[in-house]
Write a new protein. Sequence first.
Lengths: 368, 361
Amino acid sequence: MNVQFRPSAEQDAGAAAKIAIADCDIHPARRSIKDLYPYLAKRWHDHLEIYGGHAYQGMMEGPPYPKAQPNASRRDAYPPEGGVQGSSLAFMQQQHLDANNVVLGVLNPLNTGQGLRNQDLNAALATAVNDWQIAEWTSKDARLKASIVVANEDGPAAAAEIRKRAGDRNFVQVLLLSRNVEPLGQRRYWPIYEAAQEIGLPVGVHAFGFGGNPITASGWPSYYIEEMVGHSQCQQTALASIILEGVFERFPKLNMIMIEAGFGWAPSLAWRLDRVWQRLRSEVPHVKRPPSDYIRDHIWWTTQPMEDPERRDHLFQTIDWIGWDKLLFATDYPHWDYDEPTRVLPAGVSDANREAFYLGNARKLYGL
Amino acid sequence: MTSPIAGGVDCDLHPALPHLTSLLPYLSDYWRDQVTTRGMTDLESQSYPPHSPISARPDWRPAKGKPGESLHDLTTQALDPFKTAIGICNPLYGLQMVFSEDMADAFCRALNDWLAQEWLDKDARLRGSIVIPVQSVEKSVAEIERCAADNRFVQVLMLVMGDMPLGKRAYWPIYSAAERHGLAVGIHAGSNYHNPPTSVGWGSYHIEDYVAQAQAFQAQLTSLIVEGVFAKYPRLKMVMLESGFTWLPSYLWRLHKFWRGIRMETPWVDRAPLEIVRSNIRFSLQPVDAPPDPATLQRLFDHMQSDELLLFSTDYPHWQFDGDAVLPEGLSAEQVRKIMIDNPYATYARLAGAGSKETAA
C-alpha cells in the first residue's frame, strides 16, 4: 500500500534495493474501450455503445463499491501524456519497470469482459484483449508477458482461445478471476483447465470478478473494505472447491497461482481441509490424497497485498508453513494498494530465499 | 494429552430437538394446527446431516433418535468426563431456514421454552442460548426480552450465514438488547441457506459447506468490526462458535492492513481490529484446525497475541476429537485454566450469578 503508517527499523530498504525482480501482477489499462476496437469486430463496437457490458452486477460503469482512489490506482501514476493510470507503456517503464529493476512483468488485464452475461461478447473481448496485450505491450517490451484472458463462463470458447495461443511465448498463464457464477472447481470450468494443462501453462486466479453471488454467504456488505478483505474469503472458497472437486486428480500437470488474495490464510485453510477431509472423505472419494498435498504440489501465491504482522517472525513462520518456493513477488502496479518492492520483505531473510521470493520462483514456474 | 481441570465451562453443547412435533406442547393452538394440518416435515438443516460423520462422534451416536437428544447421554458423555461445572446449550434446530417471520417467531418461542423445561430445569449445570427469529428484528428483541427474565439464558444465538451481514445496522437493536441484559451474542456455524453457502456460489458437497464456515466467520467479523458494532456497544461480547480459530491471525493482518489504508471509509472504527477482537470477540475451542503437534499450536497462540480469546468447548455431539482429548496437546496449566474457566466467566456475565430462573436485581 502507498501509505507509510509505521516506519520500522525492521524494514531495511537498502538491503533489497534494485535487485532484479519479477512483478507477477501488473495491470495494464486501456484509455477507453475504443483501444480494443482494432481487435474487435464492428458488430461489437455497436453493441457496446448501445447496450454496454451487461455484467453480473447493477452498475452500467464503475464498481459497485466505490474504490479508495480513482480507478483504484495510485494518484502519482497518471501518465504525463494523459489517460488513466497504467495506460502508458512509456510511463510504466519509467515509473515502475526501470525504476524497480523489473526483469519480468506479468500482465493481468482487468475489465476484460470476464463477468459479462453475454458470453459471445465476453469471448470477443477476451480475444481482443489478448491481441491488444501483444500489440501494445509485450511486442514493445520484452520484459512483459501476457495472460490469456478467456470467456470464463463458456468452457468450450475459453478452451478454444487457450489452444489458439498454444506455443505463443508472449503468454505465460491463463487468467481467471476468483468470483464466477459457480465455485471454480465446478465442471463447467474444466475445459479451461484441460486446455491449460494441454498447452503447458499455469492458470492464474486473480481476486475480483462478478458472478452474481454476494461477496459473503450472508448477502451484500456495506463497504469497500469488506469487498477488499472479502476477496481473501472468496479465494479460499474457490481453492477449496478446486481441491474438493478433484481438479488436480483429473489434471495432474495443472498448476495454479492465487493472485492478489493474500497467502497468510493458506496454512489454516490447508489444516482445516485436511481435518474435515479425514471425517468426510467418503463423500468425495475422488479426492484421494489429503487436500494439503494438492495445495503443496499445485498452488503458488503472489505476495501483494503482503501480509503485514507487527512481528516479522510471525510472517517468516507463516511463509515457512507455505514454503519459500511457493511465493511470487507482485506489486499490483498501478493500483493504490501497491506493495513497494524494497519495503515489502523485512530483514532477516536468507539470500537464497530472498532471490526465490523476488525472482527465482517466478522464473521457474513460468519456465523463463 | 492435556488433562482438563474440574470446574470448567463448556461453551458449545448441542441438545437436539427430536422432531418438529416435539414443539407441539409449546405452541399455540393456531401453530399446532398449522404443523399438523399442513403435514410439516422436520426442520433438519443440511448444515449437519444427522448421519454425517461430523454430526456425531461414533461412540456418541445413540441406538435410536438424533445424536444429542438424550439429556442423560449429554450429561454423561459431555459433562461428567471432564468434570464440567457449566454447559451452555446451543440448539441448532433449523428454525432459521423458515421464511415466514411469524412462523419462525412461534417456533423460536417454543424451542426456547422447550430448552428451559426439558433441559435447564433438569440439570442445574446447564445454561441456555436464546434462539431468535432473525428475519424480524422486532420479534427477536421481544424474544430476548422475554427470555432474559430467566437468568439461565446467558447468550443470544445466531447463525454465521444468514440474510444479511451481521454488522448491518438493522440488527443493532438485537445487540442493544443483549448488551442491556448482560447476554453474550453467540454466532454459530450454519446457514439458513437464503444465500449461497459460499461467497462464490453453491458448491457440490457437504464438505465444502462445512469448510466454508470458516470463511463465513471471517466475513462476519469484518462486517461487525467495520460497521462499528463495538464502538456503539462496547460492553457487548460476541462468541464465534465452532468457527475454528487458526485463521484469525492472518485474517487480522489483512483486515488491519486495509483498515490502515482506507479507514477514511469507516471513520467510526476508532481502534485497530486486533484491539476490538481482544476486547469483544471470543472463539470456542473446537474444532482445532491445526496439525496435532504442540509446537505449531503454540506458535499459532503466539500469532493470536492474546490468551484470552479461546473458550472451552466439546461441540458435543459433533465429532471434533476422540476419547478424552478435548484439549489439544501441549497446553500449559495456565492455558488450560484460562480456556476452561477464566475466559468463559469473563465472557458470559450471567455465569457470575447463581443461575436461577428468577431475574437478579
